[in-house]
Design a protein around this ligand. Sequence first.
Ligand code: 1CP
Length: 378
Amino acid sequence: MSASDNSNSIQQEFAPLKNDRLLRALRFETIDTTPVWMMRQAGRYLPEYKATRAEAGDFMSLCKDTDRATEVTLQPLRRYDLDAAILFSDILTIPDAMGLGLYFETGEGPKFKHPIRTQADLDRLPLLEPNDSLDYVMRAVTSIRKALNGQVPLFGFSGSPWTLATYMIEGGSSKDYRYTKGFLYSNPEFLHQLLDKLATAVIDYLDAQVVAGAQILQIFDSWGGALGHRQFIDFSHAYNKRIVAELKVRHPQIPVVLFTKGGGLWLDVQADSEANVLGLDWTMPIDRARQVLNESQRQLTKQYKKIQSSKAIQGNLDPATLYGSPATIRAEVNAMLDSAYAGGEKTGYIANLGHGITQWVNPDNAKVFIDAVHDYKI
Ligand code: 1CP
């Protein structure tokens, strides 16, 4: 039995989807109103999240605790009329499973005990067995999917190879990517070896999430925007394109969202992939993105001599908008939706923030954002 047959039979074990607005929008089908969710919708801005995390002890224990990971995934859905859920986990589970020793220092974000700096470090990296070292993620996916009971579709996710590589080489978060870019310009072959291993890992990881019950996938290329133009194509896009192509072989029915923060300049580049949706941050106007994507569709159709389907767009409210008043949030949402539908087509768009919601947002303002999207008449 092929992997896709397997996933289809697994998917049928779960309750049918009651709210398919998000899936309809990305297929350019008619919708009653605009679907909306928020990147990092489970997190520290919610007091109930902080309480559950305190019970679990620390962040990774929360990720590994099936019941609590399910609980925090569902918390934002109890407060808000969201059109999707996203697995509670982290992009850094892959490097952790590869033995880099992830830990969180209070107030300092993620850190790795064993960053990748030498050929020996790279050669030691094991092949990822998602159902073995990351079985806690798969258990969470299945548990969340069951608990949702068809309420909304469930996103699985992964970091992109480039974004994961920055954490693995730097040993944590970075502002300048000193070591990663150092390799890029002094020993590109080394970086390509790591990215190649990560691409294989991401494919198997996302494949396993679909088999466990994920209905849509997002690849977070959070730091792709740090690259130069040609470097983005070679060190980020090429690997994302390969990942999406392989996922489409294994699971043709599962939509894929590709989100590159700072990737607005490269929509034409990213259009040359089988991703169904491209995520935008707030620097790129949605109407302009639509024009670029329509032109790319025409060019790629010519290039491949085969009709290419249009990419839906996801995004792109500046998360800092949620520090504003309810009236400001509503005005900004209306302007965003005017821009999304300016071309006249009233579908093909998923509302979201342009990056993750921050811990300083008042939860009531997130509700204003979500309700304003649904209140907008399309
Ligand atoms: O203190 C805490 O409770 C930990 C904060 C936290 C949370 C809530 C971290 C550590 N990760 C998460 C959850 C998380 N991370 C989700 C959950 C699902 C949801 O969206 O509700 C997701 C999708 C992620 C993905 C993630 N982790 C990304 C990609 C998205 C993005 O924001 O660009 C990245 C870059 C990370 C790394 C990471 N993990 C945690 C932190 C604080 C960071 C960022 C550090 C940095 O800025 O470099």
